[in-house]
Ligand binder design. Structure first.
Ligand code: TXA
Ligand code: MG
Length: 343
C-alpha cells in the first residue's frame, strides 16, 4: 500500500482520483466515518473487506452524490421510496432495493438487492461527486470495533490499510444510518438510525421494524446481514443495568467494589445527570439523559475511550429507547452482547 495521505484541507481532487483508480479513501459522513471504494470495481471492493477484516457476505452501502443516480443502480423503486428520497436525502437514510446488473456481486455481498444512500456531509458529497463513481463505504472501523466518529479513530484502526484518510472532525449524528428495506409493500427498518421510525411513518405511513432490532435472540436471523455479527463492541465485557436510577447506581457500585476486590479495572457509562453517583470510580458521561442526540453522538467515542483506559468490565446505565433512542439502545445492546440486568 502507498504512503498514507492525510488530508485536513478541502482539496479532494487527489482523493477522488484515488477512488477512481481503485484505491481506498476513508472520509467523514454525518453519521460515522466510512471507508470508500469504487462500488463498480469488484477488485477495489475486495480491498475494503480486507482492510476491515470483514466477512465478504456482508453487503456494502452504495453512496451516491446526486439523487438521480439511484436509478442507475437500483430498480423497482416505489412511490413510497421516492417520497423518502425526496424528504430525507441527502441524509442518514439508506434504502434497500432490487439491484441492477451494474452493481457487482462483491458490493452486494452476493444478494440480489442493493443498499443506497446519499450522505449530507459536505466533504462526503464533494468527494463522491468529484470521483464520478458510486462509492461503496462501510463504517471505517476494523470489523467488530465501535464505528469511528472522529478522524483519530480512523487513524487508530486503518492507518496503513487505506490510501487516504480525510479528517473532517467529529461526526454530527454519531450512529450509522437508518437502513430500510423497500423491496416489499411495507417498508421494514433493518437498522435504526438518525431518521427515526416516527419520521419515516410521517412520510409513508406504517413501517415495520425487524424484530432483531430489539432483541438479538440467537434464533432470529437479521435481514441486514451486518446485524448478525458481534458489533460495536468495546474490548471490555459490558453489562447494561436497567431500573430506577438509585437502584441502578447501588447495583453498579456493588459490582465496582466486587471488581476492585478481584483486581479488575471497571468503569461506568452514565448520563451527565447521574455521573456523580459513583464516587471515585472511572465514569464516562455520555450526555444528558434529556438530550438524546447528545447521547447518540458520544456513544461510540465513550466505548472507544473505555478501551483506551483498559477497562475490563463496563457497566452502563440504560437510556430512553424512544425515537433516536431506539438506535442508541440498539447499539448499546450490541456492544453489551445483549447482557442486561433489571434491578
Ligand atoms: O451511516 C452509515 O450507513 C455508514 C456511513 C459510512 O455511510 N455506513 C455503514 O456501513 O454503516 P456498514 O457497512 O458498516 O453497514 C451497512 C449495513 C450492514 O448492516 C449491512 O448488512 C446492511 O447495511 N446492508 C447493506 N446492504 C444490504 C442489503 N442489500 N440488504 C440488507 N441489508 C444491507
Ligand atoms: Mg459497520
Amino acid at each position: 500500500m502507498e504512503d498514507l495521505l492525510e488530508i485536513h484541507g478541502n482539496d479532494f481532487d487527489e482523493a477522488a482520483a484515488v477512488l477512481r483508480g481503485g484505491g481506498l479513501v476513508a472520509f467523514p459522513t454525518e453519521t460515522v466515518y466510512g471507508i470508500g471504494a469504487n462500488a463498480l470495481d469488484g477488485e477495489a471492493i475486495g480491498k475494503v473487506y480486507a482492510a476491515k477484516g470483514r466477512p465478504s457476505d456482508n453487503p456494502l452501502i452504495v453512496h451516491i452524490g446526486r439523487k438521480e443516480q439511484l436509478t442507475l443502480y437500483a430498480t423497482g423503486i416505489s412511490e413510497k421510496a421516492m417520497r423518502l428520497v425526496d424528504r430525507f436525502w441527502p441524509g442518514p437514510l439508506t434504502l434497500v432495493f432490487k439491484k441492477r446488473e451494474s452493481i457487482p456481486a462483491a458490493t452486494s455481498g452476493g444478494l440480489d438487492t442493493v443498499a443506497v444512500r446519499m450522505p449530507s456531509h459536505p466533504i462526503a458529497l464533494e468527494l463522491i461527486q468529484k470521483a464520478g463513481v458510486p462509492v461503496a463505504a462501510p463504517s471505517a472501523n476494523v470489523s467488530g470495533r465501535p464505528s469511528p466518529t472522529l478522524g483519530e479513530h480512523v487513524i487508530e484502526d486503518l492507518s496503513g490499510r487505506v490510501d487516504v484518510i480525510i479528517d473532517g472532525g467529529s461526526a454530527r449524528i454519531g450512529l450509522e444510518s437508518t437502513v430500510v428495506d423497500m423491496t416489499g409493500e411495507i417498508p421494514v427498518v433493518l437498522r435504526p438510525g438518525g431518521v427515526t421510525v416516527s419520521m419515516l411513518e410521517h412520510v409513508v405511513g406504517p413501517v415495520e421494524v425487524d424484530p432483531t432490532v430489539f432483541e438479538n435472540g440467537e434464533h432470529l436471523l437479521p435481514r441486514a446481514p451486518g446485524m448478525k455479527y458481534k458489533h460495536y463492541a468495546p474490548k471490555g465485557q459490558m453489562e447494561i443495568v436497567l431500573g430506577d436510577p438509585d437502584r441502578v447506581a447501588a447495583y453498579i457500585k456493588e459490582q465496582l467494589e466486587r471488581r476492585r476486590m478481584e483486581g479488575k479495572r471497571a468503569g461506568v457509562i452514565a448520563s451527565a445527570e447521574t455521573a456523580n453517583l459513583y464516587g471515585d470510580a472511572v465514569v464516562l458521561a455520555v450526555g444528558s439523559g434529556a438530550r438524546p442526540e447528545e447521547v447518540a453522538a458520544n456513544l461510540f467515542k465513550v466505548l472507544r475511550d473505555m478501551d483506551g483506559l483498559q477497562i475490563e468490565h463496563i457497566y452502563s446505565e440504560g437510556f430512553s429507547s424512544e425515537d433516536l433512542g431506539l438506535a442508541t439502545m440498539n447499539r448499546l445492546m450490541k456492544a453489551a452482547g445483549n447482557r442486561v440486568v433489571h434491578v
